[in-house]
Design a protein around this ligand. Structure first.
Ligand code: HEC
Length: 219
């Protein structure tokens, strides 16, 4: 990307602008901004459930919009790398592990260590058995129907994952960044249920937190 002779670049840029040939992309030539490294935005702590298909996509942004390629290192043998994704299935007894993801734009890179927890069968939180009933009993009298209050409907996993007026209600693996958690714990007001107390019990909130930590999957 670096040009030794910036004078030539300047002359080319100016004449290109004068000729009006590159009118549509003139800022490409006239903005001598330094390249910046991509930034990986996907969570650094994830979980795979035993006997379930597991898939994790590394997401990264780049200020210049450069094409980003992803490499993986130290993958456990049960995970297979695709271009941006790892997939596989943990078995009973598979150990927790960690691996490395590197995002590069061709010259600069961002590297993160990703810790991967393996959740044994007995600890898997079932959405259908344990999470949806909480919403059905406490929330859908307002968050149901065609629109749902605040744009949020809670009659199914799909509706929950669609989110509401404030955007996504749940971020997979990240309860502390999930709007749903802010509202049921009251760190963002009004606390839910809107007509509470009573609010959800600590046990129910813990269950929802654990379900999000495990990847917020449907079953
Ligand atoms: C009595 C009606 C009522 C009940 C019951 C209720 N809510 Fe709400 N909910 C509201 C209203 C009203 C808003 C919009 C309030 C605001 O943002 O100012 C809202 C907003 C929300 C939002 C924010 C949506 C967004 O995208 O902005 C979330 C998340 C939420 N509720 C979750 C829940 C959950 C989970 C339950 C059950 C535990 C629940 N609510 C029960 C009335 C209710």
């Amino acid at each position: 990307m670096q040009r030794k002779n910036s004078k030539i670049k300047f002359i080319i840029t100016v004449s290109a602008m004068l000729m009006g040939i590159f009118g549509g992309c003139s800022d490409q030539g006239s903005a001598p901004e330094p390249n910046t490294a991509p930034v990986i935005t996907s969570p650094p702590a994830i979980a795979a459930l035993v006997d379930r298909q597991f898939s994790y996509e590394v997401e990264a942004t780049d200020a210049e919009g450069d094409i980003i390629s992803i490499q993986f290192a130290n993958l456990p043998s049960w995970l297979t790398a695709g271009s941006h994704t790892v997939t596989g299935m943990a078995m009973a007894g598979t150990a927790d592990t960690s691996f490395t993801a590197v995002a590069t734009d061709g010259s600069l890179a961002d590297t993160i260590a990703i810790s991967l927890r393996v959740v044994p069968t007995g600890e898997i939180v079932s959405y259908a058995d344990s999470i949806q009933p909480i919403f059905t009993n406490n929330c859908i009298r307002c968050h149901g129907g065609i629109e749902g209050t605040g744009g949020l409907r809670l009659e199914s996993h799909m509706q929950l994952m669609e989110g509401g007026a404030s955007g996504p209600a749940v971020i997979e693996f990240l309860p502390d960044e999930s709007h749903l958690i802010y509202r049921i714990e009251g760190t963002v007001q009004p606390r839910m249920p809107f007509d509470g107390p009573p609010y959800l019990t600590d046990e129910q909130i813990q269950m929802i937190r654990e379900w999000i930590l495990q990847g917020a999957l449907d079953d």
